[in-house]
Ligand binder design. Structure first.
Ligand SMILES: NC(=O)c1ccc[n+]([C@@H]2O[C@H](COP(=O)([O-])OP(=O)(O)OC[C@H]3O[C@@H](n4cnc5c(N)ncnc54)[C@H](O)[C@@H]3O)[C@@H](O)[C@H]2O)c1
Ligand SMILES: [Zn+2]
Ligand SMILES: [Zn+2]
Length: 227
């Protein structure tokens, strides 16, 4: 059964976010409906409203989210109703060629990030007759969202008490910053690392560089309180 969900959408560049009531379908095969408990605001969401990230509009914003699985569609194996999950802005099916060769950042299930369209060519959010996608096929600026089971990461037993507003950040900013230092830059013990921008990504790049053993970590940011 479809439900009504309050969501923040943007209809066009430079008009900002608008709170609306949308209809949200029930999950289809390999999809889950999530009750979102917290969402992060990544700068990539802002790039939608400025037109710097040209994607299909209108769109439900948000690609960092954590919540509770409300219901599941047929054939879902990764999670069950009641599970606490973090959404991943790139799905990882574990079975496609990129996933099975260690490159889940290029999972083929992530092809529709800019349209929010699901694999069967349809959308789950609707405003009257208008189909609306979720950013990165998530749309976490909403009370509820339907997402691919491959975009869910169930919480380990010993992570259950982490606050929602901390958990949601693990969906984009944390792995992007951490991975930039540890994997992309390949920081090694004793390195001196310079990080430009002390925001969501940059502050996690600091943590990654520190973890990898950097001797000096220099952060450049024009905003005083960020420094
Ligand atoms: N996987 C990805 O490709 C990915 C994931 C997340 C974010 N991003 C992108 O990374 C960028 C940062 O995202 P965020 O969420 O960390 O943003 P943020 O707004 O949290 O942080 C950006 C920081 O950059 C600082 N800054 C601005 N101008 C600067 C300058 N000239 N020199 C140094 N610092 C400067 C700002 O003061 C701010 O602290 C955005 O463009 C975002 O879209 C990409
Ligand atoms: Zn992001
Ligand atoms: Zn895959």
């Amino acid at each position: 059964m479809s439900i009504t969900t309050r969501a923040a959408i943007t209809r066009a560049p430079h008009v900002g976010w608008e709170l609306v009531d949308l209809q949200l379908d029930e999950p289809k095969a390999h999809e889950v409906r999530v009750k979102l408990m917290a969402a992060g605001l990544c700068h990539s969401d802002d790039h939608i409203t400025t037109g710097d990230a040209p994607i299909r509009l209108p769109v439900v914003g948000g690609h960092e989210g954590a919540g509770i699985v409300e219901s599941v569609g047929p054939d879902v194996q990764r999670v069950k109703p009641g599970d606490k999950i973090v959404c991943s802005y790139i799905p990882a099916c574990g079975a496609c060629r990129p996933c099975s060769t260690g490159h889940s950042n290029m999972c083929v299930k992530g092809l529709n990030a800019g349209t929010g369209m699901f694999e069967d060519g349809t959308w789950r959010f609707h405003e009257g007759d208008t189909d609306i996608g979720g950013f990165c096929t998530l749309g976490t600026f909403s009370q509820y969202a339907v997402v691919s089971e491959w975009a869910t990461v169930p919480l380990r037993e010993d992570f259950q008490d982490i606050p929602w507003e901390v958990l949601c950040l693990v969906g984009c900013g944390v792995p992007t910053g951490w991975g930039s230092a540890v994997h992309a830059a390949g920081v090694r013990a004793g390195d001196t690392v310079v990080i430009f921008g002390a925001g969501g990504v940059g502050s996690n790049a600091v943590q990654g560089a520190r973890f990898a053993g950097a001797k000096n970590v220099v952060v450049v940011d024009p905003v005083e309180f960020k420094r």
